[in-house]
Design a protein around this ligand. Structure first.
Ligand code: PGA
Length: 249
């Protein structure tokens, strides 16, 4: 069985005080035994998060990484540095990275490879725009983004990823995909993974992201191919995020 993963994506939000508040609240919280929880923190808070989350239920994650191992790349952060700080997960290919920072499929692939080289688990983000959905291109776009990475990976590496389906039109908009819409895309992703390997498809965690909140998480997470969530806005409030984690049990 797949262990659900709820990952909070703080984006460029939060503070040192919020890191401490989450560490304290989660250390005392009752979480379902079979749920994994991670927080993807901004780079400056990873050190504090690594220390504060130690021994508790929160796993540490980052939001992106460089595709280069080291060197003259001012402002960049390598996979080795993230691993040094105790990060387990790293988001790759988030739609904001793709659109605002020009990361195309090749850039996403290179970052996934860099993450794997340093023992990090990439959470590969896929998703279509509203225009693409309305043109009935959702599956073509999402499965194309998937293939751009998975075709290039050696088979034994593929199982180390998790995938987040995040329809771009649902991110930060308050407009969530319906459980049926999300389930349909998740099923298509799993079917495509089965073309590589049946065991890979069975074991892969497929997270839904895009305006997941405490009041809609349960019905999304109840879908057979939704194995967790990538939560933006609602991961900035301890109580909201805890409620989502609790509904994943
Ligand atoms: P949201 O963001 O939950 O605020 O829609 C999700 C994400 O971008 O990861």
């Amino acid at each position: 069985m797949r262990t659900p993963l709820i990952a909070g994506n703080w984006k460029m939000n939060g503070s040192l005080a919020l890191v401490e508040a989450f560490a304290e609240a989660f250390a005392e919280a009752r979480l379902p035994a079979d749920v994994e929880v991670a927080l993807m923190l901004p780079f400056p808070y990873l050190g504090a998060g690594g220390a504060a989350f130690r021994g508790g239920p929160l796993a540490l994650g980052a939001q992106t990484l460089s595709d280069q191992p080291s060197g003259a790349f001012t402002g960049e952060v390598s996979g080795a540095m993230l691993a040094d700080l105790g990060a387990r997960y790293v988001l790759v290919g988030h739609s904001e990275r793709r659109t605002l920072f020009g990361e195309d499929d090749a850039a996403v692939r290179a970052r996934v490879e860099a993450a794997l080289e340093h023992g990090l688990a990439p959470v590969l983000c896929l998703g279509e725009t509203l225009e693409e959905r309305e043109a009935e291109r959702t599956e073509a776009v999402v499965l194309g983004q998937l293939a751009a990475v998975f075709d290039a990976l050696p088979p034994e590496q593929r199982q180390r990823l998790a995938i987040a389906y995040e329809p771009v039109w649902a991110i930060g908009t308050g407009r969530t995909a319906s459980p049926e819409q999300a389930q349909a895309v998740h099923a298509a992703i799993r079917a495509r993974l089965a073309d590589y390997d049946a065991g890979l498809a069975e074991g892969m965690r497929l997270l839904y992201g895009g305006s997941m909140k405490a009041d809609n998480a349960a019905e999304l997470l109840a879908q057979s191919d939704i194995d967790g969530g990538l939560v933006g806005g609602a991961s900035l409030k301890v109580d909201d995020f805890l409620a989502i984690c609790q509904s994943a049990g």
